[in-house]
Design a protein around this ligand. Structure first.
Ligand code: ZN
Length: 284
């Protein structure tokens, strides 16, 4: 079969590589499993040779439709009640994200999910701070009444700090609550930007994560708990990924190279590269 398709530029569709020692995740297949295939001309009365890159008539009753994301060819019956005469023109079709941009989108969404987790934790802490603010005088009285037993559980220093915080008026607590709210808004905005794979989201994430590395590095000087070290390693990885893989600040060609990569993987030319020469239509 391979001798029938000798094209040197042919790129195998996802999931069709020969048996590999290490399995490779095909993000296109993942996307189609979740969102369904992206097909053209399923509602068209007629298809022609001009559409052969994406849909082909078999025998009048059946057609082969090519998924624009995963390149699978799917056999479907010719529509009994077509909604249009011809498949959509190419300039009407929005090509789905695929290739490296799709892989990148999944990585960014993974980072975005960690930001969602951060927002949830921050909201819990913010709720706690507001609850303390609302019940400050009651808590101060309770703390004074139970100071001796709390010192056994929490230690004298922690109880002393708590007493200082509750006795110092509402100012410091409001300051902490306001700071937490700003963090929630920043982390939330970062998560939305990353989830939607926007350039501003990548820059915002780079700046915030880099700033976060400062207190984490300071914490490492006093604590080497596994949680601190893992958090530091993950955030360093995020910063390096954004800087080098997403080519921020002009690194490795910057935005122009990102755009060129996108054009290389998400274009009609890319769809053409995933067809063997013998199967390729004359019109690209
Ligand atoms: Zn598909």
């Amino acid at each position: 079969m391979s001798s029938q398709y000798p094209s040197g530029s042919f790129v195998r569709p996802p999931g069709t590589d020969p048996t590999r020692r290490r399995p490779r995740l095909s993000f296109e297949l993942l996307g189609c499993a979740w969102n369904g295939h992206v097909l053209v001309g399923t509602d068209a009365a007629t298809v022609s040779q001009d559409d052969a890159l994406v849909v082909r008539d078999l025998d009048g009753d059946r057609r082969l439709h090519r998924c624009l994301r995963c390149d699978a060819w799917l056999m479907l019956p010719t529509p009994a009640e077509p909604a249009r005469q011809r498949p959509a023109d190419r300039d009407e079709i929005v090509l789905p994200t695929r290739g490296r941009p799709l892989k990148s989108r999944y990585v960014l969404r993974l980072i975005a999910l960690t930001r969602v987790f951060n927002v949830l934790v921050l909201l819990l802490v913010l709720g706690g701070a507001i609850a303390v603010l609302v019940n400050q005088s009651t808590l101060r009285d309770d703390l004074l009444a139970n100071a001796a037993s709390l010192q056994i559980v929490m230690g004298g220093q922690a109880v002393g700090q708590l007493q200082g915080l509750l006795s110092g008026g509402a100012g410091p607590l409001w300051f902490i609550a306001a700071g937490l709210l700003v963090l929630v808004l920043l982390e939330g905005t970062e998560g939305v930007g990353l989830w939607r794979a926007t350039r501003w989201g990548e820059y915002l994430s780079f700046v915030l994560t880099t700033l976060l590395l400062v207190p984490e590095a300071l914490e490492l000087t006093s604590s080497t708990s596994p949680g601190t070290i893992i958090g530091m390693v993950v955030n360093v990885g995020v910063v390096l990924y954004l800087l080098f893989s997403k080519r921020l600040f002009g690194v490795r060609g910057g935005a122009a190279t990102v755009a060129a990569e996108r054009e290389h993987d998400i274009s009609w030319a890319a769809l053409r590269r995933h067809l063997p020469d013998a199967a390729a239509p004359t019109r690209v």
